[in-house]
Write a protein that binds this ligand. Structure first.
Ligand code: FES
Length: 146
């Protein structure tokens, strides 16, 4: 009998569907990441117990892949592209400007090429991409959000 106490039914079902399959840990963690927007600590504890794997193995995966987040994201997730094209066109100044706001509604992260180098420098706010930015433009956009 399994006891996924505290986990939503959708996650329990997903874990049950995947746990016997090869490579299931990443698939399960990815589902949890998509469900919550991060992987809560208590969920990792429950998974370790139910999948009978060391908690350290789960954290090994969570900390290896940039995709996984360990903290609940703020309302706005700001991804500043630091790929070569964006970097050469001022991404560092944009990143520093956004970080300096120190706004609790913003989670700021650096990402690699977002695949729209022609619009460099680029920033994604949640799922919306903005291009041809400079520090002043991104600060204006962020000010309008709050
Ligand atoms: S380097 Fe930023 S989108 Fe490609």
């Amino acid at each position: 009998m399994n006891s996924y106490a505290g986990l939503p039914d959708k996650i329990k079902t997903y874990v049950n569907d995947w746990k016997a399959k090869k490579g299931s840990l990443i698939m399960i963690l990815r589902y949890i990441q998509d469900y919550y927007g991060y992987v809560p600590k208590n969920t990792s504890f429950i998974l370790a117990k139910e999948l009978k794997i060391p908690l350290a193995r789960i954290y090994e995966v969570l900390t290896f892949y940039n995709y996984f987040k360990l903290e609940r994201p703020a309302k706005y997730r700001i991804s500043v592209c630091m790929g070569t094209a964006c970097y050469l066109k001022g991404a560092r100044e944009i990143l520093d400007g956004v970080k300096a706001l120190n706004n609790p509604h913003f989670t700021v992260e650096q990402v690699r090429c977002m695949g729209c180098c022609g619009l460099a420098p680029t920033v994604k706010i949640n799922e919306k991409a903005y291009g041809k930015l400079d520090k002043d433009k991104i600060l204006e956009i962020l000010e309008e959000l709050c």
